[in-house]
Design a protein. Structure first.
Length: 225
């Protein structure tokens, strides 16, 4: 029973964090794809590629984790400040109801009716096409971001662990483009966008990052010769 409850909570957390997971995977894939190919274009040392890729992936994942935590915390604080107006929910709620088109008298009466009941206030705003906010746990968002970013960043790196560098370049490029295509489908599903267009956009971003990495790597390599 305890395991089932934990799995359900994990599933719910994943569903609530789906946007964060997709964003983290896209960032990890695109950024490390560019880094890996920039380094791999200028060296035949697998060790150099792995050090650059692993250190870049770790640094980027921690940075994105911190960003996700701060973003979720700031959003939550802003929502609390708007809904509660620093301890005076009637003023904040009345203002929002007036913004939704009610008269001051109507707004004051409704605010008084739901005073002290957060769920009732959110339901009232939702009924009036307001913004009843989802409560996102900053720690959960940060952990999902860390996991998604780091695991996705590992995709372009792993071929260099198991294959000679010439073959690893080809395999890394192939599997990374395939992952980007999958992420494009995920983005399209979440945003209800055109699948083909979103997949093409996502893949082109990854290819652009790789080309930029190669161009910078080659330029610096030739400049230092």
């Amino acid at each position: 029973m305890k395991i089932g409850s934990t799995l359900r909570r994990l599933r719910d957390s994943f569903i609530n964090s789906a946007g964060t997971v997709v964003f983290g995977m896209e960032d990890g894939t695109v950024s490390i794809f560019g880094l890996i190919f920039g380094v791999a274009a200028t060296t035949t040392s697998t060790k150099t590629v792995l050090i650059a890729g692993a250190s870049g992936a770790a640094a980027a994942a921690v940075s994105m984790m911190a960003g996700a935590y701060l973003d979720a915390e700031t959003t939550q604080d802003k929502s609390d400040a708007t809904a509660l107006a620093k301890g005076n929910p009637d003023i904040s709620l009345s203002s929002r109801l007036i913004g939704a088109g009610l008269t001051p008298q109507q707004s004051n009466a409704l605010a008084a009716a739901v005073q002290g009941d957060r769920n009732a206030a959110d339901g009232l705003l939702l009924a009036l096409k307001g913004a009843a906010t989802d409560r996102l746990n900053p720690f959960e968002q940060a952990l999902w971001m860390l996991s998604a970013d780091f695991l996705a960043a590992a995709v372009p790196i792993l071929p260099f662990v198991f294959l000679p560098i010439d073959r690893a370049r080809i395999v890394s490029g192939t599997v990374t483009v395939a992952l980007l295509a999958g992420l494009g489908i995920g983005r399209a599903q979440l945003g209800r966008r055109n699948v083909v267009r979103t997949v093409v956009e996502t893949v082109l971003m990854g290819i652009g990052a790789a080309l930029a990495g190669v161009a910078i790597g080659v330029l610096i390599n030739h400049s230092l010769v």
